[in-house]
Design a binder for this molecule. Sequence first.
Ligand SMILES: [Zn+2]
Length: 60
Amino acid sequence: MKTKRCMVCGGDIRIYYDNEVGDEVFCDECEREYRIYSMQPVKLEALETGNDYYFEEDEY
Ligand SMILES: [Zn+2]
């Protein structure tokens, strides 16, 4: 197992040897979501989390 450092809080993100490119992983500390885009070496891209920009406004 490897760990990568979270870009947001500096916490650990655990990368297991059976993880693959395209897997989603989470920061232990802040639960920020990342996707693995390279395994050798391990590289992560941050994902946009949640539905921050989604809201319903059907009724005025
Ligand atoms: Zn974090």
